[in-house]
Every structure is written in C-alpha cells, then in structure tokens.
Write a protein of this length. Structure first.
Length: 261
C-alpha cells in the first residue's frame, strides 16, 4: 500500500463519485471525466502514434493487434524465443504459427536469424523490446519491407523507450504496451500442430535456439525496482531501499561482475 498515496486515492474516488465506471459516458455531463480517453490521448502523444486504444491487458492488446493486422489461420509470425509467454500464445490464439528466432546480446530479436526463419508462409515479425532496450528496428523494418511483412512491436517491457528519437510502438505497423512489470517466463517441450497450417509439424524443444541459450547461460539477472523482494535477485533493489542500500547493492554487483569479465 506504500505506492498508493493521497493522489491515487483522489483519482479513484473521483471516478467512483462520478457514477461512470465504464469508459463510455455523456460528454455533456461534467461528472463524466473520460479518464480512459485521456489516458489514450496522453499515451499516443508520448509514443508519437496517431491513435491509441486502451484494453484490459497487454495480452489483449496483442490479440487485438494481430486480428487488426489480419494475421490468421496458417500464417507464420516470427517472434523471439526469449519473451513473456503472451507474445507467443497470442499468435496461437490468432490460429497462426509462432516461429521462434534467436536474440542478440541485447536480448532482442536478432535480425540475421529473422532472415533465416522467413518462409512463403511468413506474415509478420513480432519484436519484443526487452527490459527497456529497443530492438534493432531499422534492420527489422528493412527486412519486413523487403519481404512484404507486417511489423508488430511488443513494447510491454519498454514503455517510454525511444529508438533513434522515435517512441517504440510508433515504428512498426502497430505497437502494444502493458503496465505489468513482471515479464519473463521460459518453457520447453511442446510440439505444436494446427489444422490450418500447411507447413508440417513445428517442433519446439530445448536447444532449438543455441545462441539464445548461450547468452542466457552467461547472463546475470538483476531485478531493479521489484516491490516484492522474493521476486528479485541477490542484487535486486526494492522500492523500500534508501540511497545507501542502493549504493551498497551496486558496489556488490560491480565487485561480483568483475570476477566474470
């Protein structure tokens, strides 16, 4: 509850007292505050996009974006093998086939491997801007343009990030965002078939992305800003830590990291 102060309480109470608990209301009624519309306008302005539509989650945003872009049965969508599961499950929900590709040293989609994964069935590329770091969008956009592919940005982990002066989410054909901060999950061993897909069985298995496996095996996980210390790493900094504790954690990390460099 430490994150909820008087300002947040006032905003919530204002909505409750207005009597409008849904996004729609009468613009002629001063009690209607149009909070969702205001959020959409502010996000669009921040990102540099022409439009923004709020939904209930980042997963729903992916589902809506894929549907809006026309991704459907039998299509292939290239997506990084290192991401939150919704980046992949939303493709399956659209009745398309996720094609896992390697990540580079930034943990973002590797354009070179994307080229290797393109087939006549490829419909879209779905880069995930990982941990606040934008993917190599110039290269990915060039590949998409060369092959006539759609480019959908998953910005769930990079709200507010910019790539060469442009807000992520405004570079591809569409972009999605999320306000959930916990975004990493891994899984293995799920062969996948689809009655609409004419490319045969796609086998997802451990070891299928050796470059990604190698990078992750040598990575040090640092969780900054996690509110639950149990979800952080040994070097994690929580929202309750003061400047001295943060400095101590940083110094401990530097000493440990030097042993591996």
């Amino acid at each position: 509850m430490e994150l909820i102060g008087e300002e947040e309480k006032r905003e919530l109470l204002e909505v409750i007292e207005s009597g409008y608990l849904f996004r729609y209301g009468s613009p002629d009624n001063p009690a209607f505050k149009a909070k969702v519309y205001q959020l959409e306008q502010q996000v669009a302005k921040l990102v540099g996009a022409s439009y923004a539509v709020a939904v209930n989650s980042g997963t729903s945003a992916l589902l809506a974006a894929l549907s809006g872009l026309g991704v459907g049965p039998g299509d292939e969508v290239i997506v990084p093998g290192y991401t939150f599961i919704a980046s992949i499950s939303s493709i399956i929900y659209a009745r398309a086939i996720p094609i896992l590709a390697e990540v580079d040293r930034t943990l973002n989609l590797d354009p070179q491997d994307v080229r290797r994964k393109i087939t006549p069935r490829t419909k879209a590329i779905l880069p995930v801007h990982m941990l606040g770091i934008p993917a190599r969008m110039d290269e990915l956009k060039a590949i998409a343009s060369e092959h006539g592919l759609l480019l959908l940005e998953d910005c769930a982990q990079a709200f507010g990030a910019r790539y060469k002066g442009k807000g992520v989410g405004s570079i591809g054909d569409a972009g999605i965002f999320s306000f959930n901060i916990y975004k990493t999950i891994t899984a293995e061993g799920c062969p996948f078939t689809c009655p609409y897909y004419k490319g045969g069985q796609v086998d997802y298995r451990k070891g299928m992305l050796p470059q990604t496996d190698d990078l992750l095996s040598r990575a040090i996980n640092i969780s900054i800003g996690v509110s639950d210390p149990g979800l952080g790493s040994a070097f994690g900094v929580t929202i309750h830590d003061n400047d001295n504790t943060i400095d101590d954690c940083a110094e401990l990390f530097l000493r440990t990291a030097k042993e591996y460099l």
